[in-house]
Design a protein around this ligand. Structure first.
Ligand code: SF4
Length: 240
């Protein structure tokens, strides 16, 4: 099975526990205004690799996967190439390596909930981005409803799948106390959340928009202050 891949990172430390080999898939249906990887959006781009080629590449670093490390597949949106990721995870797990899926959950369909069961069977940890708890604001921020995302979180909770919830904190967009409180309430209703991460918005992706000739939607928005990050962590009851 072949997958369209944007890039690899051999020693990732921010996408799951420990030191990880990170695969960034090509293609994403979302258009998050704060996305720092707009070059991963087109499904047509990237390079093509077989799952066996990627597994072989990742397993060269196996001895470095300390601290609970392993392989993370990120994006782009990895669930858009679920069959490829399932084959890749099956291969690396057979070699004793743990797997993490870094996803927006947007591909989940509440009327076809078993579509990704095969992939989830070989996924040890889901890193689920909840971009906004308020549906109208989620649509403004990403171009999509959050209904699939929240349904996916509940589905993972019901099956007892370990997950980390991640929330990018953008001043004036995702950081108001009311929405953070609603998000905290939603998370508190989930059974299998092992960690909540607040990811402060940064502007490092802005140059990529310029290079791609795309208007940067958050021009002028500054990263959150340390106080606002601490406030979000307090409201979300960040689990370390
Ligand atoms: S889901 Fe991720 S890759 Fe896709 S637009 Fe949003 S931030 Fe970018």
């Amino acid at each position: 099975m072949e997958g369209h891949i944007h890039s690899f990172e051999s020693f990732g430390t921010v996408d799951g526990p420990g030191i990880r080999f990170v695969v960034f898939m090509q293609g994403c249906p979302m258009r998050c205004k704060y996305c720092h990887n707009p070059d991963t959006w087109p499904f047509a781009g990237g390079k093509t690799y077989t799952a066996a080629e990627v597994a072989k590449n990742a397993l060269r670093y196996k001895n470095y996967f300390t601290g609970g490390g392993g392989i993370t597949v990120s994006g782009g949106e990895p669930m858009a190439q679920a069959d490829f990721v399932q084959e890749l995870f099956t291969l690396v797990r057979a070699a004793g390596v743990t797997t993490a899926l870094d996803t927006s959950g947007i591909m989940f369909n509440p009327s076809d909930v078993h579509r990704f069961d095969g992939l989830l069977d070989v996924t040890d940890l889901v890193l689920l981005d909840i971009k906004h708890i308020d549906d109208a604001s989620h649509r403004q921020l990403t171009g999509h409803s959050n209904a699939n995302v929240l349904a996916f979180a509940k589905y993972l909770s019901d099956m007892g799948k370990d997950m980390w919830i991640r929330h990018v904190l953008v001043p004036g967009i995702t950081d108001d106390d009311d929405c953070l409180t609603r998000l905290a309430e939603f998370i508190s209703g989930l059974n299998s959340v092992k960690k909540v991460e607040v990811l402060p918005y940064h502007t490092m992706g802005e140059v990529k928009y310029k290079n791609l000739g795309i208007d940067y939607p958050l021009r002028g928005v500054q990263p959150p202050s340390a106080e606002r990050v601490a406030n979000a962590k307090r409201i979300l009851g960040v689990i370390r």
